[in-house]
Design a protein around this ligand. Structure first.
Ligand SMILES: Cc1cc2nc3c(=O)[nH]c(=O)nc-3n(C[C@H](O)[C@H](O)[C@H](O)COP(=O)(O)OP(=O)(O)OC[C@H]3O[C@@H](n4cnc5c(N)ncnc54)[C@H](O)[C@@H]3O)c2cc1C
Length: 391
């Protein structure tokens, strides 16, 4: 096998990096994941994720983790309700039976981010993840690389894989193609113990997801298994707004004041998410890498997930990251290439053409969500998808 007795370093322990580590480790290969978080309980925030039959679920299946997934996913959490600025319901799946058949091509089972990360971590040997390792730089060492971390430690690897997200620090060693600001910014947050702290919106989710759209702005809610309400707003803002806003966003009253002004044409129902003190907020400007990006394959360094092809969220990012992990694993361990470089070239060719389409689709979807008649467009989309499923 190509990587027998070689050391593999994955930088970043998100869904992409952890899935790849699991796949390589099952093949008996020597792999370390260098993760900036200090331990596994760091930052379990973020919305629930739907994994797709042809990508995220497929990767879990081949990694031998479907049983673990079945114990942690949340049947019913996939049910969507679409509302307007007054929280009036225009479309809902809340009366549908919870998804049971994970083998259906329409399967989109939901799992919270924390449990997904936990099950991937639990599938790895104990010493695989090197916590507290914030990557800072790389230096060529013979046929491999020395990795340097902010805590002063170093490591050697024959093959390095960047899985460190959309603000990847490893990416610049592969290509100088920069990320592009999409024109809109997300304010993401969580209301803890939402049944008490945001009771009306918690009830509106009914254990599932709520997508509110009106006049170019959106609010997305999802009920999490541990009782918190995860949400994010999307609005068109200048790129540097995040920097100015972030400084005042430490003060919750200021966040609420911003929301009142920016969403002045939305009803008071939505203020619940900002009125509670049992919450956290983070401002995330949304970036993407160009759909037509291309770089010369390197012999021993590549990228997966958001580091390679971030887009604003449209429900594909985790799925594409996990599919990258699967396809890179297959190129390195199954396809029978003569060299690691040939395996990487084969993976990158497929990944770049697949994600060029995913990026174009994501940007089209974002344009739709930002349009004045976003509610009507989204209703058209969901009604069409429902019809396809029942035919
Ligand atoms: C608000 C929001 C909602 C979303 N909703 C969905 C959804 O419903 N479905 C979906 O499929 N996708 C969704 N996405 C997108 C999805 O989160 C990403 O596409 C996905 O997490 C990418 O996985 P990854 O493993 O490539 O990177 P990440 O998940 O970003 O993981 C990167 C990892 O690298 C670590 N890291 C970063 N820098 C360093 C460093 N210098 N050194 C060491 N470690 C480092 C980080 O701590 C992290 O653990 C959403 C994104 C946002 C912002």
């Amino acid at each position: 096998m190509l990587l027998q007795n070689k050391q593999i370093a994955i930088v970043g322990g998100g869904p992409g990096g952890l899935t790849l580590a699991r796949l390589l480790q099952v093949k008996g290969l020597s792999v370390k994941v260098y993760e900036r978080d200090n331990n596994k309980s760091g930052r379990q925030q973020g919305a629930t994720l739907d994994l797709h039959y042809e990508s995220g679920l497929k990767a879990l299946n081949i990694a031998g983790l479907m049983q673990a997934f079945k114990q942690s996913y949340r049947p019913g959490a996939e049910r969507m309700t679409i509302v307007d600025n007054n929280a009036t319901i225009h479309y809902t799946e809340r009366d549908e039976l919870p998804l049971q058949d994970l083998d259906s091509e329409y399967a989109r089972p939901e799992i919270d981010r924390g449990p997904l990360r936990d099950l991937l971590i639990a599938s790895l040997h104990d010493d695989t993840i090197v916590w507290g390792s914030k990557f800072s730089s790389l230096q060529q060492n013979g046929n491999g690389w020395n990795l340097f971390f902010e805590n002063g430690t170093t490591a050697y690897a024959d093959l390095v894989i960047a899985a460190d997200g959309s603000n990847s620090q490893v990416r610049k060693y592969v290509t100088d193609i920069q990320r592009v600001y999409s024109g809109f910014t997300i304010v993401e947050g969580n209301v803890y113990n939402a049944a008490t702290n945001a009771p009306q919106l918690w009830q509106l989710t009914n254990g599932g997801k709520v997508f509110a759209l009106w006049n170019g702005k959106t609010v997305f809610l999802s009920a999490k298994g541990e009782g918190s309400l995860s949400f994010y707003t999307s609005t068109r803002e200048t790129e540097d707004w995040a920097k100015t806003a972030a400084s005042s966003f430490a003060d919750k009253a200021q966040v609420h004041a911003w929301f009142k002004e920016r969403f002045a044409d939305w009803s008071y129902d939505w203020h619940e998410i900002f009125a509670s003190n049992a919450s956290y907020f983070v401002v995330r400007p949304q970036y993407y890498f160009p759909a037509n990006q291309y770089w010369q394959t390197l012999p021993n360094l590549t990228m997966i997930g958001d580091a390679a092809h971030a887009t604003p969220p449209v429900g594909e990012g985790v799925n594409q990251a996990m599919l990258d992990a699967l396809e890179l694993y297959e190129a390195l361990c199954i396809a029978g290439h003569d060299t690691v470089e040939a395996a990487i070239a084969n993976y990158e060719q497929g990944m770049l053409s697949r994600t060029a389409i995913a990026t174009t689709d994501a940007l089209d979807m974002v344009a739709t969500m930002q349009s004045a008649n976003n509610l009507q467009s989204m209703l058209h989309f969901f009604n069409g998808a429902k019809e396809a499923k029942t035919n």
